[in-house]
Write a protein that binds this ligand. Structure first.
Ligand code: SF4
Length: 433
């Protein structure tokens, strides 16, 4: 049984009912879109969930936070703290991308700490294990890849990124055309290296049915990874990227036929002018499957501020129809993020998602903005705080610069524009009575 198989029988599962309630949508609409693959509800059967969410057509834009150890930074406690900070800041999902230390223990800790949906990239575990034996990533056995996938599904992971679209043809296309930044996806790079070293096709493509049967057993959602996503504006929307996307579209159709939930990952570094086309092509080529964008990053020159670069691209992509935004932290391209970086990344991506939801016309999206506007008009600082997306920063700034009178702020002080005009208007009204 999967969410899709139930939806196709006409059954509204508790998960579909929950999503309908959270999004104030008709349960039948959710069921219909799960059945057709336009909405996914990642929820591994082996894990109890506190906070599920639906991702896809007509729903609010969701936000993911990546975390996890690296070979140079191994601290499970710190990664657990990042999970809590990310969820507290509003992340709808987290992904454990660990590559350092005890990977199974880290995943277990992340799953235990997360009340939200958890995703992983199992090829990382397979690659790290092979590397630690001294054999290296390129001597990985295909069975090891599937063993890692099964392990993650068994552990309770809700969705897994699999780079099944990194085919021999796609890699050859990339090599023939020439790229500035070749492959920047870790999973894509592992697989392309393996294929070129072994002169073989990608096992996650040739044995896609095996992958589907594992995913179906646990109702794990596949996130078809964009291993060839552009790593610089110069490589945006090139033949390699589009060739992989078309392959992924075919795989998504096979996943739907097997009643396996599936979403599609997208770029990457994309100039603003290319974002709309990228979203429209993905939606057309992949049967309107949920689109999970890793950015897009709209310039290459802002290390330290890539969370903002990503939020600009994410807001535009989601306004054109992308459904799910992967955050970027200020540390992107520089280092593993710290806890504050995780928080900043989630907050700016939530702002992007919310701005896009207003543009998309998601029901209720404007309600909080209307409440904030009224609170500002009334100089009601408590209500403004309640409406604020980031209350901690609200407090830090206001308390750090206390006004001479409580009803205004130190931006204009006694020349408060709202208060000045309001006082005159009220006096005028009194006089005209
Ligand atoms: S003091 Fe200026 S910035 Fe502050 S609430 Fe009044 S008008 Fe707005």
């Amino acid at each position: 049984m999967t969410q899709i198989s139930e939806a196709r029988k006409g059954i509204i599962t508790p998960q579909m009912a929950q999503v309908a309630k959270d999004e104030a949508r008709d349960p039948e609409l959710i069921r219909d879109r799960v059945a057709s693959g336009r909405i996914v509800i990642p929820c591994n059967k082996r894990r109890a969930h506190n906070r599920l969410c639906g991702i896809g057509k007509g729903l609010s834009t969701k936000v993911n936070a990546n975390l996890g150890t690296s070979p140079d930074c191994v601290d499970i406690g710190l990664e657990v703290e990042k999970v809590k900070v990310a969820v507290d800041a509003g992340a709808d999902t987290v992904m454990d991308l660990s590559t350092g230390g005890d990977l199974s223990a880290t995943l277990r800790a992340v799953l235990d700490a997360s009340e939200v949906i958890v995703g992983t990239v199992p090829i990382y575990e397979a690659a790290v294990r092979s590397s630690r034996t001294g054999a290296g990533v390129v001597r990985l056995k295909p069975d090891d890849m599937f063993e890692a996938i099964e392990n993650h599904c068994e552990a309770g992971v809700d969705f897994i990124t699999v780079h099944s679209g990194v085919t021999w043809n796609v890699v050859q296309t990339m090599m023939h055309q020439g790229r500035v930044t070749d492959i920047v996806s870790r999973g894509g790079s592992f697989l392309a290296s393996w294929m070129l070293f072994n002169d073989q096709e990608n096992p996650l493509f040739t044995q896609f049915d095996r992958l589907l049967s594992i995913a179906k057993k646990y109702d794990v959602t596949l996130s078809l990874g964009d291993g060839l996503r552009p790593g610089s504006l110069a490589d945006s929307t090139d033949r390699a990227q589009i060739s992989e996307l078309l392959t992924i579209g075919e795989l998504q159709k096979r996943a739907l036929d097997a009643e396996v939930q599936c979403m599609i990952e997208g770029p990457g570094h994309i100039p603003i002018a290319d974002i709309e086309a990228n979203v429209r092509i993905q939606k057309k080529a992949c049967n309107e499957a949920p689109f999970y964008v890793l950015g897009p990053l709209v310039t290459d020159i802002a290390p330290g501020w890539d969370h903002v670069v990503c939020a600009i691209g994410g807001a535009l992509a989601a306004s054109y129809g992308a459904d799910y935004l992967c955050y970027v932290t200020p540390s992107e391209h520089l280092a593993l993020p710290d806890v504050e970086g995780v928080r900043a990344g989630v907050i700016v991506t939530k702002i992007a998602a919310h701005a896009a939801d207003i543009a998309k016309g998601v029901p209720g999206a404007l309600k909080r903005d209307a409440e904030m506007a009224a609170a500002r008009r009334d100089l009601d600082w408590m209500r403004q705080r309640e409406c604020a997306l980031d209350k901690r920063t609200f407090d830090t700034i206001r308390e750090g610069s206390p006004p001479s009178t409580e009803d205004v702020c130190t931006m204009c002080g006694e020349y408060c524009a709202i208060k000045g005009l309001r006082d005159v208007m009220e006096k005028k009204k009194e006089e005209s009575k």
